[in-house]
Design a protein around this ligand. Structure first.
Ligand SMILES: Cc1cc2nc3c(=O)[nH]c(=O)nc-3n(C[C@H](O)[C@H](O)[C@H](O)COP(=O)(O)OP(=O)(O)OC[C@H]3O[C@@H](n4cnc5c(N)ncnc54)[C@H](O)[C@@H]3O)c2cc1C
Length: 548
């Protein structure tokens, strides 16, 4: 197989243009091209307003060696086929009980699917509701109803990513083909094939919801089980059965989040894939002395511009047909070395009230697959480290997030607090919109967002926006809308794990974003696969009905 890079075509080219270009670059007849497949696509806007599609294509051709000899081109190389991702159980230790996975976000779901595929019959516990009920609960909240503390934008089937933009790009290296496998599984369960080659793969919340349901049904078909409204609230240990000094997990205490009824589930293996918002679970883990470590995270607000403005600045013209809603990514290093950056940018998206605790407000961003909302939004955040938020407790970062969310709740009187950038700069409350109309899921109120943050943080974000305005002129427009607070960018703690991915209690496997090992949908799912591999290297599948 050969790989051809840098195939450049004007955007909105006819469908057969790529094949024609391939034949001309390879200088072969159509009958000599056996097959071809796009393996990368991106958009080149360096000569805007003239835009190009850039492709990398893998092709099978007749007389490959001859073709390669004839054309000396550094963009054409021989490509070895990537080995497919494999995960087969090799462990020999029998399990007395079924393995349990706590959380059905991307980490728990992909770990659960992988274990189910290998015959481990996992039990997945989810404190929140199933997808359909959860959608109703969230929409009820956005329409002005009360917040459900257990079924919201953070908690419920699919985890925090369910009401998301569904961006599937990741900066982690595709170690052992795991992230490619994650994307392949997304396609298998309903995502479009283009995510396998798009530079910035995106599926939107609408497609993601179906993918999640399909994975859950497959886990159940493979002998696994998913229990909703079931929260892990404590665990028991027993002395190690062998010479190792570690205690071993012996059972989980779970509570039904609808009835409050508690139950004990015997198990020697639990994957902790609880996400970054499981604050009560973090408290329980700290109190039960599982080793946790504070970590840096980022806080700030969401910032909205009209999508037409972003399109114009990125494409040099209006978008027209055939182009995706334009995106951006901006970073600035301030003189005091503090980093300010845009994060989780949602073209054609909505700001969402993503709160999960009564009396506190957190926002985030979401879009549908068509990305055809009026505004572009992005988090604009500043890194904060344990030195910034102080306190001796390992959960001091979480308490800092909570304080900001409480102040935001008070500022908006229970609604999402919003402010125009010009009023943020002047430190005065806003009274209404300018040219950018907020696109927010949930009630919002015009106020002074600046007052939510400590002065140093507001000043840092303001300087960051000044720097962004130099890179993307007009970004710092006075009418841009700010919503607070963006506080759940990543976990405020890391749940420590060893080289076998276990905690100090044998059988507890911290996993995904909440444990501090991922920072998005794809990386959390990838970590889920990694943990399933670690389990499969030690334990025999749990695949007989004789076992408990
Ligand atoms: C609105 C929004 C938009 C986002 N957009 C994107 C995006 O476009 N692209 C991207 O890559 N990332 C995005 N993210 C981030 C992404 O969703 C997370 O990085 C990812 O979901 C983390 O996966 P996870 O499985 O580690 O944790 P989570 O997805 O948080 O899942 C944890 C699950 O565990 C459950 N749980 C918690 N505690 C317990 C317990 N004690 N017992 C039982 N169950 C429990 C929770 O209910 C939850 O379902 C977005 C997040 C939000 C909120």
């Amino acid at each position: 197989m050969i790989q051809i890079q840098q195939l450049r075509l004007p955007v909105s080219h006819p469908e057969n243009a790529l094949k024609k270009k391939l034949l001309s670059v390879l200088r072969i007849r159509e009958s000599d091209l056996l097959s071809y497949e796009i393996c990368r696509h991106s958009l080149d806007a360096r000569k805007k307003p003239v835009l190009f599609d850039i492709y990398t294509v893998d092709a099978e051709v007749k007389k490959e060696a001859q073709v390669l000899r004839r054309i000396q081109n550094k963009n054409i190389t021989v490509k070895k086929r990537e080995p497919a991702y494999v995960c087969e159980p090799s462990g020999l230790k029998p399990l007395n009980y079924r393995p349990v996975i706590i959380g059905t976000g991307p980490a728990g779901l992909f770990c659960g699917y992988s274990l189910a595929r290998m015959g481990y019959r996992p039990v997945l516990l989810e404190r929140g509701a199933d997808m359909d009920t959860r959608i109703q609960d969230v929409e009820h909240f956005w329409d002005g109803g009360e917040l459900s503390a257990e079924s919201n934008v953070q908690f419920g089937e699919g985890g925090a990513g369910t009401f998301s933009d569904g961006k599937l790009n990741t900066s982690i290296r595709g170690e052992k083909g795991r992230s490619k496998e994650v994307l392949r599984l997304f396609v298998k369960f309903g995502a479009p094939e283009s995510i396998l080659y798009e530079h910035m793969p995106h599926i939107g919340t609408d497609i993601l919801r179906n993918v999640v349901k399909n994975i859950r049904m497959e886990i159940c078909r493979l002998g696994g089980e998913v229990r909703f409204h079931t929260k892990a609230v404590d665990f028991y240990t027993e002395p190690a059965p062998d010479e190792s000094e570690r205690k071993r997990l012996s059972a989980l205490v779970v509570r039904n989040t609808l009835t409050g009824r508690e139950e004990i589930i015997k198990t020697n293996l639990a994957v902790l894939a609880v996400g970054h918002s499981a604050r009560d679970t973090f408290v329980m883990l700290r109190d039960r002395r599982l080793p946790l470590k504070p970590k840096a995270f980022a806080v700030g607000f969401r910032m909205e511009h009209a999508q037409t403005f972003i399109d114009k600045s990125q494409y040099g013209r209006s978008r027209g047909k055939g182009l995706p809603a334009a995106s951006y990514k901006l970073t600035a290093n301030l003189p005091d070395k503090r980093g300010v950056y845009t994060f989780c940018m949602c073209p054609g998206g909505y700001v969402v009230n993503a709160s999960s605790e009564e009396g506190r407000i957190a926002v985030n961003g979401m879009s549908y697959s068509g990305r055809n909302g009026k505004n572009a939004n992005s988090a604009v955040v500043v890194t904060v480290s344990p030195e910034d938020y102080g306190g001796d407790d390992v959960l001091a970062g979480m308490e800092f997030q909570r304080r900001l969310e409480e102040t935001a709740f008070q500022a908006g009187n229970g609604a999402v607090p919003v402010q125009l950038l010009k009023d943020f700069r002047a430190d005065i409350p806003s009274v209404g919109p300018g040219t950018v109309l907020p696109q927010i899921k949930g009630a919002y109120a015009w106020t002074n967002v600046r007052r939510i943050f400590p002065d140093w943080l507001s000043a840092a974000v303001e300087s960051g926006i000044d720097a962004f305005d130099k890179k993307l002129p007009g970004y710092g427009m006075g009418d841009a809308v700010l919503s607070g607070v963006e506080s759940r960018t990543s976990s405020p703690v890391r749940i420590l794990r060893d080289e076998n991915l276990e905690s100090t209690v044998r059988g507890i496997y911290p996993c995904g974003e909440g444990a501090g090992y991922a920072g998005g949908i794809t990386s959390a799912a990838t970590d889920g696969l990694k943990v399933s591999e670690a389990v499969s290297r030690i334990y025999l599948p749990f695949d007989t009905d004789d076992q408990a």
